[in-house]
Design a protein around this ligand. Structure first.
Ligand code: 6PG
Ligand code: NI
Length: 185
């Protein structure tokens, strides 16, 4: 019997999931500019790469019980002191939970229930975060290097971005002279 080489799900420091069955997407500032308070984003600034998402699965994605394995990389970008963040979403299927785990960098995980109540958890290398199915989740990079997190969630979870557009996270996150500030909107 031959011992197989393992699948490399990520490679430091590139953070690349190698192999087949990998979905990859990237967001530029022009894709997410509405999230930020600043209305003064230059055309050049709009081409800034904000975050990248890799997700990997095997088998039938529509099969209940199947899982995605993911990697999100948020770059250290500040828009007039406001920290880089993901769009944030509820899972379309509110029964689907998710785990996030910190790999590199420093961040916050914002969690918001369906009444709009928010809490925040510090994300750092080795941290583990359980995201209940009925909580919207958003990652924020509060550091000076790329924030990398691993994630695992059901392939049938889906994304509900609309609910977050209609009821945004109640706090904006700023870094001011090295200090993190949560500002109510
Ligand atoms: C998911 C995960 C994760 C997330 C990315 C980008 O459910 O797919 O939570 O892969 O999608 O971190 O965040 P947004 O989807 O909110 O842009
Ligand atoms: Ni999710």
């Amino acid at each position: 019997m031959k011992i197989k080489n393992p699948k490399l799900w990520h490679k430091m420091p590139g953070g690349i999931i190698e192999g087949e069955n990998v979905l990859y997407s990237r967001k530029y500032l022009k894709d997410v500019e509405n999230l930020y308070k600043s209305k003064e984003i230059s055309n050049e600034g709009k081409n800034t790469l904000m975050y990248e998402v890799y997700s990997y699965s095997e088998g039938d994605e529509t099969q209940y019980g199947n899982l995605f394995w993911g990697l999100t990389i948020l770059h250290p970008v500040y828009i007039e002191k406001e920290c880089n963040m993901t769009k944030g979403h509820f899972h379309e299927n509110r029964n689907c939970v998710e785990y996030y785990f910190g790999l590199e960098g420093e961040g916050l995980l914002l969690l918001m229930d369906e009444m709009g109540q928010m809490s925040a958890e510090k994300v750092l290398p080795g941290s583990l975060h359980y995201i209940a199915g009925n909580f919207a989740h958003r990652l924020v990079n509060i550091g000076e290097i790329p924030l990398k997190i691993g994630a695992c969630w059901p392939t049938t979870a889906g994304h509900d971005y609309r609910a977050v557009e209609e009821m945004p996270f109640p706090y904006r996150i700023y870094k001011n002279n090295g200090k993190i500030e949560l500002v109510e909107r």
